[in-house]
Unconditional design. Sequence first.
Length: 331
Amino acid sequence: MNDQLEQIKAQSKIAPPTGGRGDSSVSVFAPATVANVVCGFDVLGFAVDAPGDEVVMRVTGKPGITISKITGDNGRLPMDPAKNTVSVSVKHYLESIGRTDLGLDIELHKKMPIGSGLGSSSASTVAGLFAAKTLLNDQRDVAQLLPFAMKGEEMACGHGHADNVAPALMGGFVLIRSYEPLDVVRLPHPKDLWCAIVFPDVDVPTREARQIIRNKINMKDAVTQWGNVAGLVSGLFMNDIDLIGRSMKDVLVEPVRSMLIPGFYQMRQMAMELGAVSFGISGSGPSVFAFTKDEQTAHAVIQKLQAFLSGMKIHSESYVSTVNDTGPRVL
């Protein structure tokens, strides 16, 4: 992974920015994301409007990166810049552009739940990288920040996948066509596609959720999965929500990960009966999501699922959004 990222940096021909914004601080929001999109394990993801994280970054007079404040994490995240995904990613970025002389202080405000399967670490990392890019008036495409964001993912969950950081950084719906070399494609999507997300308050750590996935699969299952991924991408290009829905079936990962989410199959049946076109796990879970054709159905799905979880004595949070095409933004 390290060799790959070094190669990407070299190929990018990154040069030091010519100047700064003239500002000494900036506040940036970066969105949550839904990774995998059921059948596209590690290769598909999209951004949503809410929730997300905020980073406030200030230029200081002393070279190096510091973290002065973290809120909303209940003390779970490290203040040590060598151990935090935001500061580690920003450090790699500054090294690549020859600006290790710069001093930056970071405030991280977690506005989304940790361990939700909604790309919590990705949102923080992308917000930090976009803040640094903004302060330095770096005019290159935001996609150039992707290798550094993946460094943060590697630290967070032991695997530098891009299906969260790529949509958080670039906005919209993305396909990671290849990791070696890195090749990320932004996909079109129907504008009237709505997403209903429910986060049950149960613990599904990302590292453990990856470890239970099978290393070997049957050719029959592989063929089924390939057809579904192709069908989903085709549905996105064709604005065919029904094709998107019937393609979102996973025979490889969901059967295993669903065991970690209480009432998963009951929730799927409820969502589909209410008119959802698809239902699945967001990332490694425990968040689940459904695509719908309108906002009203999305709210109906959320209401039903939260009532079901409440009956199981499980607290939950919910979000309704279209696909977020903006990505990170300066507040």
